[in-house]
Ligand binder design. Sequence first.
Ligand code: PLP
Length: 411
Amino acid sequence: PALPMSPPSLKTRDRLSEVRYEIRGELARRARELEARGRKQIKLNIGNPGAFGFRAPEHLQRAIADQIARTDPYTHQQGLPAAREAVARFYKERGTPNASPERVFIGNGVSELIDLSLRALLNPGDEVLLPSPDYPLWSAATILNDGRPVYYSCLPENGFLSDPEQIESLVSSRTRAIVLINPNNPTGAVYPRELLQQIVAIAAKHGLLIMADEIYDSITYDGAQFQPIAPLAGEVPCLSFGGLSKVHRACGWRVGWAVLSGDPLASGDYHHAMDLLGALRLCANVPGQFAIDAALHGEDTITPLCEPGGRLYEARRAVVEAVAASRHLTLVQPAGALYAFPGVTGPAARDFDDHKFALELLETEDVLVVPGSSFNVPYRNHFRVTLLPQPEDVREVFTRIERVLDRHAER
Ligand code: PLP
């Protein structure tokens, strides 16, 4: 039969209309358009170390190169046994209860595991407690797996930390999990031990799975101490996420892991569900898995970057100093991770719209930042920058930001 001239256009999944990922969204598209016309930009939107000249440490590269000839076959769906053993050993050493290679799931980045772990958990209408601000994949994956995000606030006036009383007030009969991102993207908050203990107590009382996105675990500044939550959680089921993308600057390799801990009886069929979903996608990228042992048990290459004189430390210092000198900005100093999340105050904040501001900054000053509301906050006066550029680029960016905010203040 003859093909119709104009077939009806395809319909997509309805709930996609609820999903946003603006880190790579409209603004980034507009930036590429301007770039193609020859405009030179400073892009602070993506936490992509490789794009700022960082390389994965050589001993990780070597681990893959040496074993590349062995990477052809599919592996077990949860990952290479040797890689899972390396992850389990690292988590056992930090005191994770009942961590074992059988409870490690290796994925194509933490991104894949966030999706998979929520898919394994949620029935339609189930609720997930998410931080606001969040890393927006957590919201997206909750929605696309038929769940409902319920946000607990991490307010700037509270150092972007959560309030356990508020968290508990949001628990309902449909709540299944509590997510925390520590150290936090986008705010840089690092959770103190007492707060983590209070979150554990809520999870224990209400039978929730703790989902701890700890992908920035050893990126901290000025003596801030990262405390993993799993060792505090005892028998409470906990899924801890980590990977090579940030701490080891190898995000293109797509390697992440999730470690299930706590009482195996309390996690019921969850292990089986994760294993089944893992099997359906066969296995994760194999070459990258050969770098895991070297990453977790080789030389520490991240700490020097986070100490005075190190690039991340100096970029962070440049942000802090620029905000201190600004007439319009405030900042909760990031204690960890790769971002700062400044707020706009005073006359410049009148009728402020973070999206319009980000667009204006791009169009007039060739600087790309991410509007704060992209991270699911109800306020519209924040934006996120990464700490990955050279410190002098950070200073230049904040000079340009100040210029735009001066104009806002005069309007
Ligand atoms: N979780 C957080 C908080 C992140 O910031 C990111 C990436 O920026 C991810 C997870 C995903 O990382 P990957 O998929 O590269 O492991």
